[in-house]
Design a protein around this ligand. Structure first.
Ligand code: PLP
Length: 417
């Protein structure tokens, strides 16, 4: 072959699709990432992303911590680190979450690149092609996306105001066993301020879930990014404190510190930890050392607790603003959940309106964005008349304007039907 160094020559197009692995065909782009593009347009009011309020990011504390870490700990903080994570941060995390009933010790905590990486690692070590995952409907879009890449199938259970209807687990388990010849890989649960539904799984249901999971020998994934963001109501015992031996608990700094740090953690039994470490090694060797040192410095200064209290206060006000605006401006036939914490509420519109079509044909023209409900149904068997609305990102006056625009457009649409 002759070497042609002319960079201006025409390069033939390769059919890359034919080179890809079978499983890659099942991968899709995240609708949320696509919708996030709208947040770049200053004219669009976006309730679509799961973005924390940027004005609450602890920028000054991060700046101080970065300077301190670079100056005083630079030689270690810029070096490769252990796959398990930075020990002082693991110690801090274990001690602080232990108080909430999460059975953590430094040895069973693994730092990850956000909980999204934890979801991917779970897929990597648990899901064979065609294996079923049990979860609610709706469920977290990012988990669907992560596990589709491993060719998972989904069997879903209904959600009501108290979260997943756990009475359906046993039947679902047997149906999966009958259809695939294998038990489900695990059950995936969003216990607090569900994304997207906004619901919290009641204590009664957590106990029931723990009993059924034990009876069926089912592993449980407890994904809890919002647990710390409770505005009102009582703290509910985590599932991992009821059945620590079979629960993999996921936490993150994304909603309490900043998502751009990409810092999350897994708590699981030490026997399983070794598998996560192996899976993570192949993936990225370890989570960024520098960022772990910075987070550790911020945690050690004791500013996180008052910071989280501030976030709770602001988000509660925004939730109330959104709910008041929904009550004032939306058609009477619509309904929505009232989350006791977190970032989202779930709104339902009359059946004559398909929220996917309405987004494309009307809402975006009115310069408002949301996530249509169907995207949170892994089998696309519902959510056509629902949407997820984020209340943490926008200022109260923007929330009112966006909800008003949507309400007017919904009323017009209904009047025309
Ligand atoms: C339920 C749930 N799990 C996981 C994640 C991923 O979070 P992280 O930023 O820690 O990767 C999110 C983010 O919104 C989420 O809502």
């Amino acid at each position: 072959m002759e070497v042609n160094n002319d960079l201006n020559r025409e390069i033939p197009i390769l059919d890359w699709e034919s080179h890809l692995a079978e499983r890659t065909k099942g991968m899709g782009s995240s609708v949320i990432r696509e919708l996030l593009k709208f947040t770049q347009d200053p004219d669009i009011i976006s309730f679509a992303g799961g973005l924390p309020a940027p004005e609450l990011f602890p920028t000054r504390e991060v700046e101080e911590a970065c300077i301190y870490v670079a100056r005083e700990q630079g030689r270690k903080a810029l070096q490769y680190g252990a796959t398990e994570g930075y020990l002082p941060l693991k110690e801090y995390l274990a001690a602080s979450i232990h108080k909430y009933g999460i059975p953590a010790i430094p040895e069973n905590v693994l730092l990850t690149n956000g909980s999204q990486q934890a979801l991917d690692l779970i897929g990597k070590i648990f899901i064979d092609p065609g294996r079923y995952v049990l979860t609610g409907r709706p469920t977290y879009l990012g988990a669907i996306q992560a596990w589709r890449a491993y060719q998972a199938k989904f069997h879903t259970m209904r959600l009501d105001e108290q979260g997943m209807v756990v009475d359906e687990i046993e039947r679902a388990y047997h149906k999966v066993l009958e259809d695939s010849g294998k038990p489900p890989a695990f059950i995936y649960v969003l216990p607090n301020f569900h994304n997207p539904a906004g619901t919290t799984l009641s204590l009664e249901r957590r106990i029931k879930l723990a009993e059924v999971a034990t009876k069926l020998d089912l592993a449980v994934i407890e994904d809890d990014p919002y647990g710390q963001l409770r505005f009102e109501g009582e703290y509910v015992t985590p599932i991992c404190s009821l059945i620590p031996e079979r629960t993999i608990y996921l936490g993150t700094f994304s909603k309490t510190m900043a998502p751009g740090l990409r810092l999350g953690w897994i708590v699981c039994s030490e026997a399983l930890m070794k598998r996560f470490i192996q899976a993570k090694q192949g993936c990225d060797l370890h989570t960024g050392t520098f960022v772990q040192y910075v987070a550790n410095d911020i945690c050690k200064r004791g500013i996180l607790k008052p910071h989280i209290n501030k976030i709770r206060e602001v988000y509660k006000e925004r939730r109330d603003t959104m709910v008041d605006a929904l009550t004032e401006f939306w058609p009477e036939e619509c309904e929505w959940t009232l989350p006791e914490g977190g970032l989202f509420l779930w709104a339902r519109v009359p059946e004559s309106i398909d929220t996917n079509v309405f987004l494309q044909e009307t809402a975006l023209k009115e310069k408002v964005a949301y996530v249509p409900g169907v995207h949170f149904y892994p089998n696309a068997d519902g959510g056509h008349h629902a949407m997820r609305l984020n209340f943490s990102y926008s200022q109260p006056e923007v929330i009112v304007e966006g909800i008003k625009r949507l309400g007017m457009a919904l009323k017009k649409e209904l009047a025309g039907k």
